[in-house]
Design a protein around this ligand. Sequence first.
Ligand code: AMP
Length: 421
Amino acid sequence: MSTLKAVRGTRDLLPPETELWNHVEATARRVFGHYNFGEIRTPLFEDTSLFARGVGEETDIVSKEMYTWEDRARAQSEKAQSLTLRPENTAGVVRAYIEHKLGDTGLLQKLFYIGPQFRRERPQKGRYRQFWQIGAEVIGPISAGSESPLRDAEVLEMLATFLNELGIEGWTLEINSVGSATDRPRYIAALREALAPVKHLMCEDNQRRAETNPLRVLDSKDPNDQELINNLPKIADYLDEESKAHFEQVLAALDACGVPYRVNPRLVRGLDYYTRTTFEFTHGGLGAQNALLGGGRYDGLSENIGGPKAPGIGFAMGEDRLILTLQAERQQTATLADYYIAPLSIAQNPAALELARELRRKGLRIEIGDGSFRLKKSFELANKLAKKIILLGEDEASTGILTVKDFATAEQTKVARAEIV
Ligand code: AMP
């Protein structure tokens, strides 16, 4: 029989690495809590049409990367339905916002999520088919201030704080404005015009993009096309007064709180509903897949999937990549238990469990002996797993005085059981 393995592009997360994952998630919950965000958990799969409409039919994600299947009807009353494992979480959050009429509260909704996403991409370091995202969305009616540039700046400042609290240094925030829904067609028309005489000099991908989605030419990494791309018109020159003012206010707020950024006029997101602020945090240590997170404003998304007008801004962060960055910066070792309790005969097993129970209730991390009841082996194992060993033999049982050895100091002492507990 062939051995079964985790499917290509998926992986098991094992201790001690999972401790790092829990640390990252606990930090996200704590930091986002300071900004008064609440957690949302949406289903792992949704109706396929949500992503077709909410992410965009013409994107790589929807056109070639989704795990989609026909969920067959199980009763006459049911209809077969096309379902998809979520490739991202914003569409699900906005669907929930609409479904639960969260806009009717009149309040701004500040929601964060942590969970797996699924895309059928070519796996490589930092790119998986099941990967985790930590993300957040700020969405609500205009009357709740959802369009304010302060929202954009607050989200960016929160991200800077989160990365700094994790101890991730050396990140770069790149930011741009892609303008309003009316700025965009004017800019795209100008792009098409500028691309027409030069596109035949570009790589095949860019020639195709120049036709289908000229904005995407801007984020091409093809080294030979860079000079041509740098000479294309800049979106900043096509922003209306309102979009310009919005962008300036976002930058002024970032300046005021000292969050460093770099305006990158080529940072665009190829989807129709993205508006105004777009951003990305990158980290040099990640290699080819250097994007830690991306996000932006999506003032038209709710309407796009049949909801009320509900401007919003959000981001999605690659948790796998956060972990890679943290692992590169620190050496991780397994956490040692506080005590290893070694029963020296089978008769001491119940007493070992009882002592372990009492110490665990005090919040200590306890490992219990291996059942060999051999002193030398107990010491060897304990030295790998714990900071100290407690011996439980017949003497200890009758006197209530336990032998404790501290591996850091190599000191061995007799301590009353009551004192330890
Ligand atoms: P996106 O939803 O494409 O804007 O991606 C947001 C973030 O999710 C990226 O900046 C990455 O950090 C992370 N990400 C996206 N796709 C993958 C993947 N296949 N594997 C690991 N992380 C990913």
